[in-house]
Design a binder for this molecule. Structure first.
Ligand SMILES: O=P(O)(O)OC[C@H]1O[C@@H](O)[C@H](O)[C@@H](O)[C@@H]1O
Length: 281
């Protein structure tokens, strides 16, 4: 039942369709969602026009999976190796797919743990539900951090904001060596590079595109933190896989186990975290 087609750079992707008209595309490379369209067919995720779809680099845009490490919070390369690896199809239907990954011997040299990672993506009526489930198949407990690194498409970052739904939250500012800062009000309006870990963030966060009147709710389950990021012009224009001034068209909200972690998963046990994205009508 799973519909697999070839995408850019000879990479295979799964096409999902909801009965109400919404659709999602997921590459086997990184179990990476690169498109989520509403019931009316509008694209809701940002993709770089210079994205490279083939491993070993992660695809720029969509929803990279950061695992088994978020950011530089550990000994591995930034955001871990799952996003650079090709997954297998485990099971699926017309509107949902589960992709499966086990680390290679080479990857286990950097991260000496055996695990089974399952990413399930389901498209619903103006919604996308994504679950990360990991089973520790090794003999030792396994430390990890993780994130759904979601790039939301906005018409103009100057006329968009993130509503955290609660005033005066504190965050670790990655642009200042993780110094603690306090948010004034409950909104983040991006006006320069912003890279922040909200530890113990609210479980519902809204992405508001003021210019086109669109609101998307991000609900997280089992994921204590949320990272908010936009690199702004100088940094983004220096990225080889990001188009010129495309930073104006996205903002990232990333449900995560980041500074609250790591989680130490005992041998033989499983853990899961979920994000539910829904377009407010
Ligand atoms: O360029 P990458 O590896 O995809 O990372 C993008 C960004 O991801 C964010 O999650 C981090 O907080 C940033 O510090 C980082 O720059």
């Amino acid at each position: 039942m799973v519909k697999l087609v070839e995408g850019p750079d000879n990479q295979q992707k799964v096409l999902l369709q909801s009965s109400e008209g919404g659709s999602v595309e997921v590459f086997l490379h990184g179990a990476h969602v690169t498109s989520w369209k509403s019931n009316k067919g509008e694209e809701l995720l940002f993709m770089s026009n210079k994205a490279i779809y083939a491993p070993p680099k992660a695809i720029r845009g969509g929803i990279p999976i950061c695992f088994p490490q978020f950011g530089v919070l550990g000994p591995l390369g930034q955001h871990g190796f799952a996003r650079n690896s090709v997954f297998d199809v485990s099971q699926g239907s017309s509107d949902s797919v589960t992709l499966s990954f086990r680390p290679s011997t080479e990857q286990q040299k950097q991260f000496p743990h055996q695990f089974h990672l399952l990413i399930t993506v389901k498209v619903g009526s103006d919604s996308l539900t994504q679950t990360l489930e990991v089973k520790n198949e090794g003999r030792e407990s396994m430390p990890f951090t993780t994130a759904f690194h979601t790039y939301f498409l906005v018409s103009d970052v100057d006329r968009a904001h993130v509503d955290l739904g609660s005033e005066g939250l504190t965050y670790q500012d990655n642009t200042k060596g993780r110094a603690e800062s306090t948010l004034s009000g409950s909104h983040v309006q991006f006006q320069q590079e912003f890279d922040a870990i909200f530890v113990g963030a609210p479980d519902t966060i809204k992405v508001v595109d003021e210019k086109n009147g669109r609101k998307i709710s991000v609900k997280k389950q089992g994921l204590p933190d949320a990272v908010l990021w936009n690199p702004w012009g100088d940094k983004a224009n220096g990225m080889a896989d990001m188009g010129h001034d495309q930073y104006k068209n996205f903002l990232c909200v990333e449900p995560a186990v980041a500074a609250s972690g790591p989680i130490n998963l005992p041998s033989g046990q499983s853990w899961s975290g979920t994000q539910i994205l829904s377009l407010d009508s």
